[in-house]
Design a protein. Structure first.
Length: 80
């Protein structure tokens, strides 16, 4: 699994809706990719905050922000 796929699946993963097989792949990726761990951690915290107000999936604007963060983080290093 590549970083890009991790970002694509992140909201499903956090919501526990990700296919178990994909979740395992994602976790394997996280084990060796610190950048994605940071992104997942940030998303988790964000979702926790949102869960206090409403039990919604990762909101689009948050997803956009995470995507932007991802693009900025990886642009300097090229595609991973
Ligand atoms: Zn990664």
């Amino acid at each position: 699994m590549r970083c890009r796929q991790v970002i694509d699946k992140i909201s499903e993963y956090i919501d526990g809706e990700l296919d178990p097989e994909l979740a395992r792949e994602l976790e394997r990726h996280l084990a060796h990719c610190e950048d994605c761990r940071i992104v997942v951690d940030t998303a988790n915290k964000t979702v926790e905050i949102f869960n206090h107000t409403e039990p919604a999936a990762l909101p689009d604007d948050v997803r956009e922000r995470l995507n932007g963060m991802f693009v900025r983080r990886f642009r300097k290093d090229g595609p991973n």
